[in-house]
Design a protein around this ligand. Structure first.
Ligand code: AMP
Length: 173
């Protein structure tokens, strides 16, 4: 099934800047059967894992996190870029190749000790997910696992994230 899904991941050279090969998942989202396979793959892996909430990273993480939360019967937490969340929130900065970025979370989105499954489409250097992990920990959430459709293993993100918990990636490059 992984090979089937892989066919719907498009490599776009030099996007968003020269030297980056962007893994475009829109063809996979665009195909109903492929989208179902992807969501089912996450669901089958985590259905017994006692997840209280999914935490999804803006914006492609939302597209995978929402159907997974529905299937698991749990809630979803939005980890958003600055300025998008309306209520009381906290922020973590992280480094990008050039400059820095940040993620925010609503302070009332996690209760003490809740088991959180963190999801994004792709793990690259791990900076984004590390910021997400820090936010969850600051709200006393427990990271059940971090999961990705795609992992760019050669960038070493898994090593950076290892202290925060288990990593489950389905397609590795
Ligand atoms: P990082 O913080 O380096 O792990 O980057 C992860 C975030 O950037 C994810 O939200 C990805 O969607 C996006 N991203 C980074 N590199 C790529 C890539 N080569 N193709 C597609 N998305 C990427």
């Amino acid at each position: 099934m992984y090979e089937e899904i892989q066919k719907y991941i498009r490599d776009v050279a030099d996007f968003p800047k020269k030297g980056i090969i962007f893994k475009d998942i829109t063809p996979a989202l665009n195909n109903g059967q492929c989208l179902q396979h992807i969501v089912d793959m996450f669901y089958n892996r985590f259905k017994g894992a006692k997840i209280d909430k999914i935490a999804a990273i803006e914006s492609r993480g939302f597209l995978l996190g929402a159907p997974l939360a529905y299937k698991l019967g749990c809630g979803i937490i939005l980890l958003r870029k600055p300025g998008k969340l309306p209520s009381e929130k906290i922020k973590e900065y992280y480094d990008l190749e050039y400059g820095s970025a940040a993620l925010e979370i609503h302070t009332d989105s996690i209760r003490n000790g809740e088991r959180i499954l963190l999801i994004d489409d792709l793990l690259a250097t791990g900076g984004t997910t590390e910021a997400a992990c820090k936010l969850i920990k600051r709200l006393n959430g427990q990271i059940a696992a971090m999961t990705f459709l795609i992992e760019l293993s050669f960038l070493g993100g898994a090593k950076k994230l290892a202290p925060y918990g288990d990593i489950v990636s389905f397609l590795k490059y």
